[in-house]
Ligand binder design. Structure first.
Ligand code: GDP
Ligand code: IMO
Ligand code: MG
Length: 427
């Protein structure tokens, strides 16, 4: 079996898109299993930049099957737009497949996301306002609309009118908002259904058949472990399961089908949106890293918060996901720093702890315990071989491996495919 689940080990934006695109050369199938247009995966290929939100990052290679699994919440308007954008860039979509069980993000979900954030005021989550939370809420509440519903107009109308009856009451009576029009949504959905129909199928059946044929399947996580609904910094999280377990429920394959789990981690840490971030730094070093690493959100353009590498967070990710390998990204960004810090533990009310506490209050009180390593001045982005890296950069990687007990398979030193050093083959 050649199946790999690739997950974000921090708070998202670890470079999952770049690593997925790199591994996709050898994979036959690339699958998204959760999240929605809150994800922003940037791929740099031969002077072109691709920003993907819903479509798996394997799409740039012709002939690779790209699957949007049942665990993804699909905004059909955004998907149709993303598909058209790729076609304009001469990308072939013939091998795209969309799960008939995936839920839809409806216009009223996006509106609800905005209203909820406004309501939270100071305590806002800092969501991407893409309707993700409300869409998953409806799914869990068993009032969601699914891709399969798009294929039957009569049933679609019946379901939607029942949903809107309640939704419009809520909008008017609680929020003082205008009602959402059934006819307008029906008109839009009809168009999207026509475009999407040829790609819709039972993707669990498809994936099982491909896995049994020993095809190389790569599951591409969106967001990251610390944004996981169960295992992240709740409630400052997203509403899905970006961790490895999510790949099973989000695609309809059994856990024994998974061979490797690869965690993608930045060589430092970033977070976009609100919520606790123990190793966060501000000032000149943070500004320098933000500038060199171009740390601005792919989806919302917001400046990302910057911090040192947090081995407590990464050990949490190793455990929750059962990581077998690591891909370390953006190592080039750290060049030019005199020293680099790694957080090896937290001090909480005088006591040293080595795990992420569940209580947000406790996490806010956690003070990082740092180890300081010498930096390097050399530019890594043009290094041809890993062996050519300066000794201090190698020592930094060695220390991370020691702290986590998981080998590093890939080191990324730039956004391009060639700026990737392979230490262990993944496929
Ligand atoms: P994702 O959401 O995990 O796919 O990550 P994003 O695409 O949102 O953010 C990662 C950013 O870093 C993108 O702009 C990538 O092009 C860029 N990137 C990825 N790997 C590297 C690297 O090794 N070095 C540098 N300098 N940039 C990288
Ligand atoms: P990729 O796949 C980084 C963050 C938002 C917010 C929280 C909840 O590119 O790594 P949501 O809109 O999901 O309800 O927002 O999660 N967030 C991300 N942060 N990368 C992402 O995706 C994210 N997707 C959501 O900023 O804090
Ligand atoms: Mg991103």
């Amino acid at each position: 079996m050649s199946t790999v689940v690739l997950i974000g080990a921090q708070w998202g934006d670890e470079g999952k898109g770049k690593v997925t695109d790199f591994l996709a050369e050898k994979a036959d199938v690339v699958v998204r299993y959760q999240g929605g247009t809150n994800a922003g995966h940037t791929l740099n290929v031969a002077d072109q930049v691709f920003k993907l939100h819903l479509i798996p990052s394997g799409i740039l290679y012709p002939g690779k099957t790209c699957v949007i699994g049942n665990g993804v919440v699909i905004d059909p308007a955004a998907l149709v737009k993303e598909m058209a954008g790729l076609q304009e860039q001469n990308i072939d979509l013939a091998q795209l497949r969309i799960s008939d069980r995936a839920h839809l993000v409806m216009p009223y979900h996006k509106l609800q996301d905005e209203l909820d954030e406004k309501q939270r005021g100071e305590g806002k989550i800092g969501t991407t306002l893409r309707g993700i939370g409300p869409a998953y809420m409806d799914k869990v509440n068993r009032v969601g609309m699914r891709v399969a519903d798009l294929l039957d107009e009569l049933e679609l109308r019946e379901k939607l009118s029942a949903i809107l009856e309640v939704r419009n009451m809520l909008l008017a009576k609680v929020y003082g908002e205008q009602p959402v029009s059934l006819e307008r949504i029906m008109g839009e959905l009809r168009q999207y259904a026509d475009t999407l129909r040829p790609y819709i199928t039972d993707t669990s059946v498809l994936l099982e058949a491909l896995i049994l044929k020993n095809k190389k399947v790569l599951f591409e996580g969106a967001q990251g472990t610390m944004l996981d609904l169960d295992h992240g910094t709740y409630p400052y999280v997203t509403s899905s399961s970006p961790t490895a377990g999510g790949a099973c429920s989000g695609t309809g394959i059994g856990p024994l089908r998974i061979k490797h789990v690869v965690g993608v981690a930045k060589s430092y840490t970033t977070r976009v949106g609100d919520g606790p971030f123990p190793t966060e730094i501000t000032g000149a070093t943070a500004d320098r890293i933000r500038k060199i690493g171009r740390e601005y959100g792919t989806t919302t353009g917001r400046a990302r918060r910057i911090g040192w590498l947090d081995a407590v967070v990464l050990r949490h990710a190793c455990r929750i996901n059962g990581l077998s390998l690591l891909a370390l990204t953006l190592l080039d960004v750290l060049a030019g720093l005199e020293t680099i810090k790694i957080c090896t533990g937290y001090r909480l009310r005088g006591e040293l702890i080595s795990h992420v506490p569940a209580s947000l209050k406790a996490l806010e009180f956690c003070e990082p315990v740092y180890e300081e390593l010498p930096g390097w001045q050399e530019d890594l982005s043009s290094a041809v071989r890993f062996e050519d890296f300066p000794e201090t950069a190698k020592a930094y990687i060695r220390r991370i491996v020691e702290l986590l007990g998981v080998p590093v398979a890939l080191v990324s030193v730039g956004p391009e495919r060639l700026q990737t050093k392979v230490l262990h083959e993944i496929f």
